[in-house]
Structure formats: structure tokens, C-alpha cells
Write a protein that binds this ligand. Structure first.
Ligand code: ADP
Length: 245
């Protein structure tokens, strides 16, 4: 069994208004593993992902990254190995393809470089080479991203996530703004890139068929709890009936 990269232990979160989003979640993500989270709207998928990213503070429970608590003075050091891609791509629409990819490194370079848009040469070369990695070889990298299709924009979003050489990528519904064909292409790209670069992925998805194609493991959530956690090859209708009522 590969090593545990990230673990969530007894995570609980109740929002103001007494809405329980996480009711004691335990999850282990191994190296080089792709996990899809399924569940109806309101099941707690986003809250789980946001809590790992440090965007939601848990009431109780802890998150460990490579056996270190993802907390306090360790947080930014460990967080820098965790990348994310977004449902709505989160690109700066009036900026160029290259700038958007380089922005993945914002927390790792001095602020004057960002202000004047002057990036280290090595990062610029890497950003250009990532264009090829995400299937956009030959694209004019000075082009504004607002002129690209949704699929192309999410490819840039993936390149931006890859520029920090992450060990894990988290994604909350990364293909829900795309048409089904493009969504499938993007998930295939994400899977192939993750396997090639030995990156783990935790990703919430709407479509069960995509989860089966994309993930090694599928986690089903309902009412803030994990209802099943199993190989995507062994996912049956009876499992899905427990989370989609
Ligand atoms: P999912 O991603 O599975 O749709 P969420 O994690 O977004 O689920 O939401 C879980 C529950 O927490 C839902 O009942 C939702 O309404 C509630 N919730 C999520 N975010 C907030 C918030 N910022 N404030 C209050 N309630 C929230």
C-alpha cells in the first residue's frame, strides 16, 4: 500500500445557523492516488475541500499532510505542495496565458516581480513547457485568456496548478462549467498528468460516470458523513442509492 499523503481525522464543521456540513469525516489519501467525492448538493463536499485548503476552519478534528498537522507555522510550508483548480477557472481574464500560468507561483516570488510582471527566467520556461503538457503546444502565450474557450481556460488552470510541482491537487467540481465532451477531455488530461507526475488528486464531481472513468477511489458523502469509500471499479447502484435519495 502506498504511503499516506494527506489525512483528515474526525473533521467536524457546523456553520452559523446550526448547519452541520461535516459530521466527523475521516479520510486518507495515498501518494499517487485519484479520489472522486460524490454526493448531492449540500452533502459537505466543498466544505471538506475548503477545510484542507485552509479556507474553512474546522470546529474539531485535524488535517495532516505527510504526518504534519496542516496548522500554525507549518501551514504555509505544507500548503505550498497543495495546488487547486477551480470550477470557474479563476483566471485573470484580461491577463495573458503566460501570466496566468505564472500566477500559480504568486506566493513563492517577491511582490515586486508580481507588480512589474517580471518573472524568473526558469519559471517562464517552465510555464511555456507546461502549455505543451496541457495540450496547448504552439498556443500564443501572449494571448489574453478571455479569448479562449472554456476547455482551453481550464487547461491553463491546470498548468497554473502544475507550475508549483504540487504533490496533490484539490478541485471542487472542476468540470461543471464545461460541456460533457470537453469535461471528459479535461478529466482525462488531469488523470494522465497526475499519473505521469505522481500527483494525488481529490476532486468533487457531479457525474458518476466521470468519477468511474477518472478516479481510483470514490468517496460518497451525505449529510456531512462519508457513506462509502471504495475502489471506483466496485461502485454499484446500491452504493449510489445511499447518497442520492
Ligand atoms: P456540497 O459541496 O456537497 O454541495 P457544502 O460543503 O457546500 O456541500 O455545504 C454543506 C452544508 O453547509 C450545506 O447545508 C450548505 O448549505 C452549508 N454551507 C456551506 N457553506 C456555508 C456557509 N458559508 N455558511 C452557512 N452554511 C454553509
Amino acid at each position: 500500500m502506498p504511503n499516506i499523503l494527506l489525512s483528515v481525522k474526525n473533521a467536524k464543521k457546523t456553520y452559523k445557523g446550526d448547519v452541520t456540513a461535516l459530521a466527523g469525516v475521516n479520510l486518507e489519501i495515498h501518494n499517487n492516488e485519484i479520489i472522486a467525492i460524490l454526493g448531492s448538493s449540500g452533502a459537505g463536499k466543498s466544505t471538506l475541500i475548503k477545510s484542507i485548503l485552509g479556507l474553512v476552519k474546522l470546529d474539531t478534528g485535524k488535517i495532516f499532510f505527510k504526518n504534519n498537522a496542516l496548522l500554525g507555522k507549518n501551514f504555509s510550508r505544507l500548503r505550498s505542495s497543495i495546488s487547486t483548480i477551480y470550477q470557474n477557472f479563476n483566471l485573470v481574464s484580461r491577463s495573458s496565458v503566460l501570466s496566468n500560468i505564472l500566477h500559480g507561483k504568486v506566493s513563492k516570488v517577491s511582490s515586486w516581480r508580481i507588480l512589474f510582471n517580471i518573472w524568473p527566467k526558469a519559471d517562464q520556461y517552465k510555464a511555456v513547457s507546461l502549455l505543451e503538457e496541457v495540450g496547448l503546444k504552439g498556443m500564443n502565450y501572449n494571448k489574453r485568456v478571455e479569448n479562449l474557450s472554456g476547455g482551453q481556460q481550464q487547461r491553463i488552470g491546470i498548468a497554473r496548478a502544475l507550475i508549483v510541482s504540487p504533490e496533490i491537487i484539490l478541485a471542487d467540481e472542476p468540470v461543471s462549467s464545461l460541456d460533457p465532451e470537453t469535461a471528459k477531455e479535461i478529466l482525462k488530461l488531469l488523470k494522465d498528468t497526475a499519473k505521469k507526475n505522481k500527483i494525488s488528486i481529490l476532486c468533487s464531481l457531479h457525474q458518476v460516470e466521470f468519477a468511474k472513468l477518472f478516479a481510483d477511489r470514490v468517496v460518497g458523502m451525505s449529510n456531512g458523513k462519508i457513506i462509502f469509500d471504495k475502489s471506483s471499479k466496485k461502485l454499484f447502484k446500491s452504493d449510489l442509492n445511499k447518497i442520492y435519495k
